[in-house]
Ligand binder design. Structure first.
Ligand SMILES: Nc1ncnc2c1ncn2[C@@H]1O[C@H](COP(=O)(O)OP(=O)(O)OP(=O)(O)O)[C@@H](O)[C@H]1O
Length: 259
């Protein structure tokens, strides 16, 4: 597996240009943070990388192959997705919800195998939701549901994991845990792209950051290269404070800057 590569992606939604010439690649074994202000186009980038969006320009390659030339089952086995906001539509148990992650691997009319059952349990244990397995997902808290949906994506055993704000509704310990899980997935060869708004968490946990602003890549590279005062001011219209705590570089917004 060589990587997931977006080349010069442009997309228009309801007549409005949403992405313009977005290019970046994710390699197996790295965690890439996708950051940027609300409405910048981060979710749209993930949808483009999943082949869920008609593009007006550009190409997505998965392992050197054109994504649009691959069938849906193949794509779904290779790239897993954690959607934003932990939406759930059916009153399934948490375990059955996670089992949905195995669908791309199951042939029509085939029952789930011991491998599927093992993948489901493993994904639920690493995301700390095995104890929730018999609960209906519709009765779970937002944070519990978010962990179940992360488990569903991990259960796919895909080469790439695209997660849209998987830490958004989590308490501090579970935020750190989710990032640790993504790093552990990466150490096993998975390439992860994670959308996040917490710049300090992104800086300390991602190998690289891509800063999206108004549908374009404003900066890409190491957290130190991307999170400059100038880039943060341009993208987020805030000034930040930086300090070290317990050997960790911290960064927090301190004031809005009117543009
Ligand atoms: N289906 C759609 N039809 C029309 N416009 C859309 C559609 N989906 C997204 N957009 C617009 O595209 C732009 C980018 O949206 P996107 O969801 O990718 O932003 P984002 O960076 O993920 O934002 P956030 O941080 O708020 O989640 C926004 O202006 C949004 O209103």
């Amino acid at each position: 597996m060589t990587g997931l590569e977006l080349k010069n992606i442009s997309a228009t939604l309801e007549g409005m240009a949403v992405l313009s010439g977005v290019s970046f690649a994710v390699k197996p074994g790295e965690v890439v943070g996708l950051i940027g202000p609300n409405g910048a186009g981060k979710t749209t980038v993930l949808k483009a990388a999943l082949g869920l969006l008609p593009l007006v320009g550009g190409t997505v390659f998965l392992d050197g192959q054109l994504l649009e030339g691959m069938n849906a089952k193949d794509r779904a086995c290779k790239v897993a997705y954690v959607p934003q906001g932990a939406p759930v539509h059916w009153p399934l148990t948490a375990e059955r919800t996670v089992a949905l992650g195995r669908i791309p691997h199951i042939s029509p009319w085939q029952n789930i195998t011991a491998d599927d059952t093992a993948a489901i349990e493993k994904a639920m244990r690493v995301t700390d939701c095995w104890k929730l397995r018999d609960r209906l997902v519709t009765t779970l808290s937002g944070g519990e549901r978010a962990r179940v949906l992360l488990a569903r994506a991990i259960a796919v055993n895909a080469y790439f994991l695209l997660a849209d704000e998987p830490t958004a509704s989590l308490d501090p310990a579970h935020q750190l845990q989710v990032m640790e899980i993504l790093k552990e997935q990466a150490s096993n060869g998975v390439g992860a792209v994670v959308v996040m708004h917490d710049l300090a968490l992104a800086a300390r946990t991602c190998d690289r950051l891509i800063l999206i602003c108004e549908g374009r890549v404003l900066a890409a590279g190491t957290p130190g290269h991307v999170l400059t005062d100038a880039n943060i001011q341009k993208a987020f219209h805030v000034s930040v404070s930086r300090w070290k705590a317990g050997g960790v570089d911290m960064i927090a917004p301190i004031a809005r800057i009117d543009s």
